[in-house]
Design a protein around this ligand. Structure first.
Ligand SMILES: [Zn+2]
Ligand SMILES: [Zn+2]
Ligand SMILES: [Zn+2]
Length: 480
């Protein structure tokens, strides 16, 4: 089939369309075609008449491991209104007809330009690999937020499309766990949105809740009102007061008819009667049966997970082009005069014990956060990263005493312990160090303006050190 469309700009041939030098593949039905074979096209147009088909094709692209495939511009044609979060969130737009193809060219160029800026070194872990994919997608599409969306196909009822697309529907909780990891790494910042309860065995969220008998676990229970007859004090189930003839209630103890609720009797509570074991009880249990693995769990033992709306932190935004550096990042060993994070934590623990024993002793925790250092690394090339940090460490070292410790947490954060100095003196030292580092960068890297935020505080004598450091870093990273 060959035809030229009305405006002469778009050519159509065997599902391949050409327009302004860009080639589009028109995906209209399942075929023997492999997604890998479509890498060479500039964009894909999916015929979205069938929602199921559309979702599957989108997932195939977006979950692919090849960056050329998972970032491919995808457009929909003939689409129907749908609440499917993958279809709504993971495509680049829709067209009414092929005549509108020229209108997509600009978007495609924008995406391609951003793709060339992405960092692409080998990932150090599974978390880094999958999260980097999400960051790459977000960067190329100008997204800053990860929001949970209702998804009937997800095992927990919600998904984060950009991230969840990399997991099978039944392992949706892995996306949540990955977000928890990214939050710890200060890549994203949470705002509470909702909470879900999950099976303690398989972390599935499709649960069937039942009120059950505490004696035999049967759900076959009948509840009825408990009646309290004031004149004689009798308390019993309402069925004991009923007769088969009329609606009059008669007390089984004193044989008087009951008149007005609140006057001569009331209904203080409810009584449950198990139809299976005949037990009578006031409080039933609630259990949740997992539809996925059939485990029946007391609701108090379900796993609860917060679903947050996550915003990228500055570190997160920079990581698409600068790479993800995790907290176990091992550059420390290589820069002379610094401690790796584990040794630093141990030394600080001893330091804390030392000052605890004497009220006159005081130490200070200093954290430097180099906010836009990844922009600098882009200019100076990553291989210079180590020597640059070594220079920063030299400046810090020159301004503190030999007994103080320095730790490179990651390429944007350096922590220092200044022993036996008062807080005000330490603050002055930190200001001086920041100015010297900024000056060094400005003079050597083409007037680059390095933004440094720092925090100085007394080493806590009560809070565990790792907690104190984490909180400080979080606050610094969040502020920016
Ligand atoms: Zn029972
Ligand atoms: Zn009575
Ligand atoms: Zn389960």
């Amino acid at each position: 089939m060959e035809k030229t469309l009305a405006n002469n700009k778009v050519e159509f041939n065997d599902n391949v369309l050409t327009c302004f030098g860009k080639t589009f593949y028109y995906f209209e039905s399942f075929s023997s075609l492999k997604i890998d074979d479509l890498e060479k096209y500039d964009a894909i147009i999916i015929d979205a008449r069938d929602i199921e088909f559309t979702r599957i094709i989108i997932k195939k692209f977006r979950s692919h491991s090849n960056i050329e495939v998972y970032l491919k511009p995808l457009f929909l044609i003939n689409n129907k209104a749908t609440e499917d979060p993958y279809i709504k969130e993971l495509t680049d737009g829709m067209i009414m007809s092929f005549d509108q193809i020229p209108e997509t060219i600009n978007d495609i160029n924008q995406i391609n330009m951003k793709v060339t800026r992405l960092e692409s070194s080998a990932s150090s872990s599974f978390e880094v690999q999958v999260f980097k994919k999400a960051l790459n997608y977000m960067f190329t599409r100008d997204l800053n937020t990860l929001k949970p969306m209702i998804d009937i196909n997800s095992s927990i009822g919600y998904c984060y499309p950009v991230l969840s697309v990399n997991f099978d529907a039944f392992e949706e909780v892995k996306a949540i766990e990955l977000l928890e990891w990214a939050e710890k790494e200060n890549l994203i910042w949470p705002d509470f949105y909702d909470r879900v309860y999950l099976c303690s065995n398989c972390k599935g969220g499709h649960l069937s809740f039942r009120e059950i008998c505490p004696n035999c676990d049967s759900a076959n229970i009948k509840s009825e009102d408990l009646v309290h007859h004031f004149p004689c004090g009798y308390i019993g189930a309402i069925s004991d007061f009923k007769n088969k003839v009329d609606t009059v209630l008669t007390c089984p103890k004193c044989s008087k008819n009951l008149r007005h609720i609140g006057v001569d009797y009331d209904k203080p509570s409810i009584i449950n009667h198990c139809q299976n074991c005949n037990d009578v009880f006031q409080d039933y249990l609630v259990k949740a049966k997992c539809v996925q693995c059939k485990t029946d769990t007391d609701v108090q033992f379900l796993v609860s997970k917060n679903l947050n709306i996550y915003k990228l932190t500055k570190k997160g935004r920079n990581s698409a082009v600068g790479g993800i550096y995790t907290s176990d990042y091992a550059l420390n060993n290589e820069v002379v005069g610094t401690l790796d994070i584990k040794t630093f934590l141990t030394m600080m623990h001893y330091e804390q014990e030392r000052i605890k024993s004497n009220a006159l002793l005081n130490s200070n925790l200093v954290v430097f956060y180099f906010e836009n250092i990844f922009d600098l690394y882009r200019i100076v090339s990553k291989s210079k990263e180590k020597s640059l940090l070594a220079e920063f460490v030299d400046i810090i070292r020159d301004n503190i005493t030999p007994a103080d410790f320095i730790c490179i947490n990651n390429p944007s954060i350096i922590s220092v312990c200044i022993n036996d100095a008062n807080l005000e003196d330490a603050k002055i030292m930190v200001l001086k160090i920041s100015n010297m580092i900024q000056e060094l960068v400005m003079n050597n890297f083409n007037r680059f303006d390095l933004e440094i935020s720092s925090n100085v505080e007394s080493l806590s004598k009560t809070i565990a050190f790792d907690k104190q450091m984490q909180t400080t870093i979080k606050e610094l990273v969040e502020k920016t």
